[in-house]
Design a protein around this ligand. Structure first.
Ligand SMILES: *Cc1c(COP(=O)(O)O)cnc(C)c1O
Length: 394
């Protein structure tokens, strides 16, 4: 049986332990919902102050003087470092939903003779809705891969694009990007990866793996704040052939010519549509500095251990209490989250929150616990299971 001291020992040996001090986490809270909204880095309030000062003092001049124009690309490159993309291929902009629309449409246009869009049957709802909407507007049909089956088995020469999440938001099941991308390419199709639940906690090498497109949000493990700008990635290899459906003035090659005819910018800026939320972008920019010297492989190592310890403690201390593990048991098949089912999940969730443990609940019976390794400690894991056990015992 594990003891709290065992977990304290792991904290003592944790090479990432110092990062917790860079976050402002409310006292007395064990926060296991960083997979939905990341905690606030301490550098954020000052960064928000800076952009408000820039606006106050520079007014319209801020676009150039303060570098606001460059932020979607500059912030995009910072995200690129985390997801294995060389500079000039990532844009911080819009929302994940909008970026899905842009990239899926661009992929479909690159495969004009293919009639099918492949996606996951039980993926994140917005991903499904956007796939449906692109399919409707482009006269394609949608083919869905059933849960627990491999997308590779659903590919053929009618598939234009496969839209896949690296980590499933419900179960934390992890898809392998290199092998899946290779299978998609073997079928002559393109891939759009949704990295919302994996960026920052699972090593990602988009360039090395030859991924075509990717999108993701920044308010989960990347801690960009509520509604922070999302991002999109377009591989350099296909960039110059891509056409995106929301052509706006900021994606134009020469926005300030105010030309009547649309001419896409040569680089990834062609995926920009209109003016971006600069205040939120500055906050995101500051949040990402936490990751400047982080090795995601090290984050993954801790993440794996945190989720393993959580599962082991639940096994040891909560048997016979109605919990079922929904996440994959082998660590290599699991993201940085553990999902448990319980027939009275809502009531359990409410009692956990009332006792200072913030996970979340997904209908109908799923308790999710996200482990953000930059600020969750091994002792937190122990304390969370302690509370879970006492809630279930009552
Ligand atoms: C969180 C998440 C989104 C969020 O989309 P928004 O447009 O930011 O609301 C989309 N897809 C996946 C897979 C997610 O996990």
């Amino acid at each position: 049986m594990l003891t709290r001291d065992d977990l304290m020992t792991l904290d003592g040996e944790d090479p990432l332990a110092q990062y917790r001090a860079r976050f402002d986490i409310p006292d007395g809270l064990i926060y296991l919902d960083g997979n939905s909204l990341g905690a606030q880095p301490k550098s954020v309030p000052a960064a928000a102050g800076v952009v408000l000062d820039e606006w106050q003092s520079q007014l319209i001049g801020g676009w150039r003087q303060a570098g606001w124009w460059e932020l979607p690309l500059a912030v995009g490159d910072k995200i690129g470092r985390i997801i294995g993309a060389a500079p000039g291929q990532v844009l911080a902009c819009d929302t994940t939903s909008i970026n899905l629309y842009k990239t899926i449409s661009a992929a479909v246009a690159l495969r004009p003779d293919r009639s099918v869009i492949l996606t996951e049957e039980i993926g994140f709802p917005t991903d499904q809705y956007i796939v449906d909407s692109v399919a409707e507007r482009t006269g394609r049909t949608v083919r869905s891969v059933p849960r627990d089956e491999s997308p590779a088995d659903y590919l053929d020469d009618s598939v234009s694009v496969a839209v896949l999440g690296q980590v499933d938001f419900r179960t934390a099941a992890l898809l392998d990007i290199p092998t899946t991308t290779a299978a998609v390419h073997d079928a002559g199709a393109l891939v759009v990866w949704d990295l919302s639940h994996s960026a920052g906690v699972v090593p990602i090498a988009l360039d090395a793996d030859g991924a075509d497109f990717a999108v993701g949000c920044t308010y989960k493990y990347l801690n960009g704040g509520p509604g922070a700008p999302a991002y999109l990635y377009v591989n350099q290899r296909i960039l110059s052939e891509t056409v995106q459906p929301l052509q706006g003035w900021l994606g134009h090659a020469e926005p300030f010519l105010m030309a009547n005819e649309y001419q896409p910018a040569p680089g990834v800026r062609r995926f920009l549509t209109g003016t971006q939320p600069i205040v939120a972008m500055r906050v995101l920019d500051a949040s990402l500095d936490v990751y400047a010297d982080v090795d995601v492989a090290e984050v993954r190592a801790k993440s794996t251990r945190l989720t393993e310890m959580f599962i082991r403690l639940v096994d040891e201390r909560c048997t016979g209490m109605g919990l079922d593990l929904l996440s994959p048991r082998p660590a290599e098949s699991r993201g940085s989250q553990v999902s448990l089912r319980h027939p009275e999940a809502v009531a359990v969730y409410d009692r956990l929150v009332a006792n200072g443990v913030r996970g979340d609940f997904r209908s109908p019976d799923i308790l999710r616990f996200g482990f953000a390794p930059l600020y969750v400690s091994y002792a937190d894991v122990w304390d969370a299971v302690e509370v879970l056990q006492s809630v279930l015992a009552r």
